[in-house]
Design a protein around this ligand. Sequence first.
Ligand code: ZN
Length: 412
Amino acid sequence: MQSWPSRPVPRVPGTPRPLRLHDTATGEIRPTTPGATATMYVCGITPYDATHLGHAATYLAFDLVHRLWLDNGHEVHYVQNVTDVDDPLLERAERDQDDWVVLGMRETALFREDMAALRVLPPRDYLGAVESIPEIVETVAKLLADGVAYRADDKRYPDIYFDHNGSGRFGSVSNYDEPTMARYFAERGGDPERPGKRHPLDALLWRCARPGEPSWESELGAGRPGWHVECSVIALNRLGMTFDVQGGGSDLIFPHHEFSAAHAEALTGEHPFARHYAHAGMIGLDGEKMSKSRGNLVFVSRLRADHVDMMAVRLGLLSGHYRADRAWTADVLADAEARLARWRAALARDTGPDATDTITRLRDHLADDLDTPQALRAVDAWADAALAGEGGDHSAPARLRDAVDSLLGVAV
Ligand code: ZN
């Protein structure tokens, strides 16, 4: 798959701060410890609908991780997938009498435009599930051979499942107890009631071809891949074991990230899959969680069509902490538009207060588990002072503009 266009990221003078990030597996805020090349995998979309603000908030959070690593002088190898064949996509295509391939292509194209408009830096590797089928088949075959995967006891459709405890470390990502796992497994695409499985929590690796469903011939028989193994394989084959950050929304903690890690750990015998499992909170609209079932999604493309400034959307989403479940309201957008206007007015001035301190605070707050609310307030303070006519530093506006561009991704 083709990623979206990149943009140059200005170098910021001064001393970068190493990023500390919350890790779901340990429950701690710990330093990220990348080598020369920092490595990150963030789960991509299933392209059956347009990108809503919940998705956007997640990709913005990991965009800041990307930017802080760049600021610290690392190369960044960022990988993202597109689940371009899976039940939700096929169901939506069927409902709308659409061609699932065309629907997937259309929504993926829209997603790329949305990400570019929000100034999200693109992944180096952007891969679809369909184009990854050969490597997924190879992996599933190995899991079968290793005895950690099995065929369901079903003569007609002997689908392949992963023994949930195949790695011996099941639960090490989410730390959920079994009732919680059972609930989320059922709610989030699992099939606990499927006859022929050895345990309700075992996850699908390969689904045998059904009439009317797309399938691919392979040594496993004709079929299509499960979702968790898709991400596991795409990440493992690009980044190897123990990459720096596995990211996504908090609704991916279980079962998705638990199983992606378990597959890779069972396959390699190594642990952990990722050093950090980082998760972004959910975005609600006017007090309700934004979800397709409630029909209250705010789409990035709709805001673009309404000529809403994407930099205000970016600032609005960054005005709350990435880990918090938070609301999107008309006030959040209005506040962000007002903030953007103040920053633009202040940064357009010939002079302002020395920006060194502000840039240091910006870096400190972002390095502290992406504390964007505080980071934005640091820029507010400088803007207020500049608009009040304080300071006579001629280089300050340009320096701060570069820092805001580089570290927050906001063009002012
Ligand atoms: Zn994933």
